[in-house]
Design a protein around this ligand. Sequence first.
Ligand SMILES: [Mn+2]
Length: 353
Amino acid sequence: MSFQQRIVQKIETVKQLMQKDGLDGLIITNSIDQFYLLDFYFYPGEAVLLLSGTDLLCITRQLYVEPLKQRFPFMRIDGQDKGMNAAVVAESARMGLARVGFDAEKENYMAGSLFKTAGFVEAAGYISLLRQVKDEHEVAVLRESNRIAFETYEYVKPLIKEGVTEFEVAAEIERFMRMKGASAPSFSTIVAFGENAANPHHVTSFKKLQNNEAVLIDYGCIYNGYCSDITRSWWYGDQEPEEYTKIWNIVDKARRTGIATQAPGVSAQKVDAAARAIITAAGYGEYFTHRLGHGVGLEIHEEPNNDQTSQAILKKGNVLTVEPGIYLTGKFGVRLEDTTVITETGADILTRK
Ligand SMILES: [Mn+2]
């Protein structure tokens, strides 16, 4: 399917959802939702889209007008350098749109108030919903994004030696991903040595690796808009404590169990429970202090989540992480994370070659 065809198809799908709810207009202000729809990245707050039954209007800064004209011949483009929200309110009145929806979860208070005052209605998060199920094109991009992350692990592991700082390793990871075509890291790269690995969200520091310490790296990249996420943990040195080996194996078993439990029709809650049961049965339940995993796509954290309170039933095309961990404060920690895609029959690991 061509670029144009994919975009037209997505727009049609959103229109169908609007129709069901009796909306004749929909405002899209969130830059990630805009990217989903158009495969075009506006910086946050630099564009407002108004989708109606008959056309697609883009109110945006002047600087985007020329590039947009060439790429989207079917879109009406209005260059404005101020008051885009007020402009969209005026335009929907001019067009005579009776029922215009906006995604209340994506608006700040000021914009939401303006839209409410204009008589717009809070609509379901149509694009959030669509974004949960990745199509073939999106899965292919996510596969490449995660393949780069995995290749980066293979590249960087031999460079992690005594004396290197966490910052140096983080820089090397990010540099390598950039060389492979990533636009940015998908979040701030975590490199943790020694007891820093016992903090699930350790902030990378100047700590130097010593012989016989734990190593944990957690990072990912943004490739063609889509995020990857991977965590690897290992022991540096030849005197690996028995307890480290033990918890590494428990976490690995939990990871494999979580991935094997994932399938269409299975609740995300059950996936979390299955992996957590392994860690609890081994006596480390209280040291696994976070959810099993989260959805990944255009954002590093999005629905659906593999967690204990999730209401989600997994569907083919969901992309989620499975990342159990055990954290022993003052000693070390282990987390092993793969990003996976739900297939027809189960789940596929994306963080691989
Ligand atoms: Mn993650």
